[in-house]
Ligand binder design. Structure first.
Ligand code: ZN
Length: 65
C-alpha cells in the first residue's frame, strides 16, 4: 500500500484512442468506457493506471468485502 492510496479514486472516461487495460491487457477501443486512476489532490504528479470496465467491476466487488 502506497502513501497515496487513501487519495486514489477511479474516474470513468471514454476512450479517445485505443488503449490496453493495465490489469488484463484487453484492448479498450475508441468510444468504450474505461477507468483512469486519479488522486484527489491534482497537484501531485502521479502516473495513473488505466483499466477496462470489467476489471473496475472486479476491483469494486473485492473492495466491498
Ligand atoms: Zn481489464
Amino acid at each position: 500500500m502506497s502513501k497515496y492510496d487513501p487519495m486514489k479514486f477511479w474516474k470513468q472516461t471514454i476512450a479517445r484512442s485505443s488503449k490496453l487495460c493495465q490489469i488484463c491487457n484487453k484492448l479498450i477501443d475508441i468510444g468504450e468506457t474505461y477507468y483512469c486512476e486519479r488522486l484527489t489532490d491534482s497537484k501531485i504528479n502521479f502516473i495513473s493506471k488505466k483499466i477496462c470496465s470489467d476489471c473496475y467491476k472486479y476491483l469494486n466487488k473485492r473492495d466491498k468485502k
